[in-house]
Design a protein around this ligand. Sequence first.
Ligand SMILES: [Zn+2]
Length: 179
Amino acid sequence: MTETSRLAMGPKPGVNYPLDVLYCGNCSMPIEYCEYYPEYEKCKQWLERNLPSEFEKIKVNDDTTEGGGDEEKKRQKRGGKGMMKTKKKDDGPKQVCVSRAPRGKKKSVTVVTGMSSFGIDLKVAAKFFGTKFACGSSVTGDDEIVIQGDVKDDLFDVIPEKWPEIDEDFIEDLGDQKR
Ligand SMILES: [Zn+2]
């Protein structure tokens, strides 16, 4: 094998290529490979300008053979940033609710609900709050933790710091519970 033939790209002499192989001016690949090229969008733009008839074919392929694939692609693109931030799943609403409830004449407790919707062990969370705020904290219900102290406002910093998956936006302030 000679140096030149090893390095040669594209059509080789002596081979009968079908005449209808069209090469993309953007990525220099046969146009049917454009979709594997990272800059497929630019390829499509090139095709639209230079080979409008081929561009139409690709468009038709996109719409029919992938069966809603277009929609999926859009969604993936859109999800890009959002996914990073929220890791949202479609398994029901996730939200932590915090509220203040009166206890005795002057004191308040803080009620936290919804921690388990993030898959957080309530016992672990209650213990963490107790340590963090140096006060009593216990699991009081199915998905409820009561912290013996008015720490509601602090939770907006403390919870996302401890559990990064719970963004501050997921914490709903229910305000003061009435007696
Ligand atoms: Zn291309």
